[in-house]
Design a binder for this molecule. Sequence first.
Ligand code: SF4
Length: 352
Amino acid sequence: MKPRKKTKEINVGGLKIGNDNPISIQSMTNVDTKNIPLIIKQINTLKNEGCEIVRLAILDQESAKTISEVKKKVKIPIVADIHFDYKLAIYSIENGADKIRINPGNIGKKSNIEKIIKTAKKYNIPIRIGINSGSLDKNILKKHGKTTPEGLFESAIQNIEILESFNFYDICISIKSSSVPICIKAYTLLSKACDYPLHVGITESGTINSGSIKSAIGIGSILSKGIGDTIRVSLTGDPIYEIKCAKEILKSLELRKFGIEIISCPTCGRTKIDIISISNEIEKRCKNIKKNIKVAIMGCAVNGPGEAKEADIGIAGGNGYGVIFKKGVIFKKVSEEHLVDELMKEIEKNNS
Ligand code: SF4
């Protein structure tokens, strides 16, 4: 792991991104932005799971107007996602967006970009430049022949220069592709070239299972190079899974903690108790425990005590029973049927 690069800090509706601030988790709603009750419900569900910034697709004036209604009911920074129409960007800011995501290159006339920037300055909100391989500028595509890391990087720099030409520096940048190798190289080039905070993601990564793996490899590789200040996992499915996956990525790299961390063995021929059900049950029951505790669930004593030394608490299975460890020291032998309840009692004691 490389140490995290220090970037400039931006403030998105009270949430600070960049510099030493925790790497934040973002998602995007996938219901009709104009359906206010539904959008509020989805935002709150995402927030409860751990989402820290939520983005809304703004397709027309009515959906931009939704932002002001939504902001009365939710306590999470709202980002307006705009394509092509500068008026929608301005209208979204006026309706309370905490950040807008645009691709200045596809807004058109410089005078229209200037109007957006003037409004962003007036309301003191940042702009994310969202470069995406699917909407790369035609001239760049022609020059590079296809989507390349260098092409994405060049587009990002061109867009940064547009905003800087109007003395606007309250910027965050993403440079996404659905290809992991392209993303890794593009983010590496961009991180070397600028100090703006970077929003990291692998776009259109796929369905919940395959997309989570692809995102974990892509986003994880970029973060492990010390690059990235906020992340979004993009999955074809309920966005709640984007948050679950993002938390696992950050937890795995030991960049953030989100309550219980479970270490469980894959089981093998030595396993004599139902470790799979026990692990799933413990994970379910620990969902709302906020304290950062490491719990080891091991099928037998071969690796159990060793792992339990690293963990705050753990179990190792025997034949029809299990033992509970605390910091590697066995303190209780319990029958298999009571193992989950007994372990939970101890975890809850640790939680108080
Ligand atoms: S901890 Fe024991 S049961 Fe689990 S995989 Fe290792 S040897 Fe097998």
